[in-house]
Design a protein. Structure first.
Length: 372
């Protein structure tokens, strides 16, 4: 188990978030249950219901967590709670009237992407002079730069995903359905310490040409190329890795060629990682390798996404994202080539930015592995 986060850790995160909000010209943040609330306070209500829970984090002043009275004891137990003020409301009250005095009636606030529309509408009705913007549009990098204590968790999640890959290489593929391999992956992710499985993509043969094909009833055959993309949460932090394997040693020439191109693209993008390089540059480097090899039109998604307490979050490695890389950022590098009706190849590692380059958090062999 990693060293638990402390109240001071959460207090520091709230201070940094308030500073970032001020820098973005906001009067503060309104955070509803989800990853941002976990990040800032350590609090996750047992069930997210229509009853309003919201953290009001002003740019100047003390943070207040507004909770339904019946959930107050749970909220008081959150590690970040001592760094906050708590306010509660009961079912006979209007929760937006409880929030109202905590907000500047003319202020502009960043609000959680996942806030329920009914809560935002309730806030707008209670504070007609205020305005709201989503956190992803106003502060996309709020959770993007990880602390050492977070990197340690991400590295452990990566190692657990790597152990899952090594284990899956030993199970039989031929004659079994994709969903059987997916169940094997899920079981091994849990065995290796994950508390939650987020996805188990098993794309065999032509199904591999769909990057988000989950896993279905198709029976895997000798000669199939199989894309395996899996991950979840371990100690609250995400894993996400992809390897492409081949069933049997009789590999078609084009499968070898495509795999080799994706491998080179992944390596080139990894070598391009260093502080100050724009996110879009990582995408461009991977794309250039694939385009030069003649497969550009078959690389149909961005090169990567950030990862942290969720498995998909900013920063995105995509054309148009000019955000420079900063030490501590963590994201996937996952180029792929998808040949419709035939097969797909993707290779994905989580990478973190160091002071001088990049460090992979997935370290299993990237070569085309042969399974039986
Ligand atoms: Zn994806
Ligand atoms: Zn993935
Ligand atoms: Zn990914």
């Amino acid at each position: 188990m990693p060293t638990p986060f402390t109240t001071q850790d959460f207090a520091d995160r709230m201070t940094r978030a308030a500073q970032a909000a001020a820098g973005a010209g906001l009067a503060g943040l309104v955070i509803t249950p989800g990853p941002d609330l976990v990040h800032l306070t350590g609090y996750q209500p047992t069930a997210v219901t229509e009853r309003l829970t919201a953290l009001v984090l002003p740019t100047d002043g003390v943070a207040t967590l507004v909770v339904p009275k019946l959930e107050r004891p749970d909220a008081e137990h959150a590690t970040g709670a001592p760094a906050l003020q708590l306010a509660d409301w009961t079912d006979d009250m209007d929760p937006y009237q409880v929030l109202r005095p905590l907000l500047d009636p003319a202020g502009r606030y960043g609000i959680s992407d996942s806030a329920w529309a009914m809560h935002l509408l309730g806030l707008q009705a209670a504070l007609p002079g205020s305005s709201f913007t989503s956190l992803t549009s106003s502060l996309p990098m709020l959770r993007a730069v990880k602390g050492d204590d977070e990197l340690e968790r991400l590295a452990a999640a990566g190692a657990a995903a790597d152990a899952t890959y090594q284990a899956i290489l030993t199970v039989p593929f031929a004659g079994r359905r994709e969903c059987d391999i997916a169940a094997d992956l899920a079981a091994r992710l849990l065995e290796s310490g994950h508390s939650q499985v987020d996805f188990t993509v098993v794309g065999s043969g032509p199904n591999g040409a769909n990057p988000h094909h989950e896993a279905g009833d198709r029976v895997i055959r000798p000669g199939d190329t199989v894309v395996l993309d899996f991950g979840g949460l371990k100690d609250g932090y995400g894993s996400d890795t992809t390897r492409t394997v081949h069933v049997g040693a009789d590999v078609a020439e084009q499968v070898r060629e495509v795999h080799e191109v994706v491998l080179r693209a992944q390596q080139a993008a990894f070598e391009a990682v260093r502080p100050g390089v724009a996110c879009q540059e990582i995408d461009r480097v991977a794309r250039a390798v694939i385009t030069e090899a003649g497969y550009g039109e078959y690389f149909i998604h961005r090169t990567g996404h950030g990862i942290g307490i969720t498995t998909h979050e900013p920063p995105y490695m995509v054309e148009g994202e000019e955000q420079p890389l900063v030490p501590g950022m963590c994201f996937s590098i996952e180029p792929g080539i998808y040949l419709p009706g035939r097969f797909g190849v993707r290779i994905e590692d989580i990478v973190t930015v160091t002071g001088s380059g990049g460090r992979r958090l997935n370290n299993t062999p990237r070569e085309l592995a042969i399974v039986q």
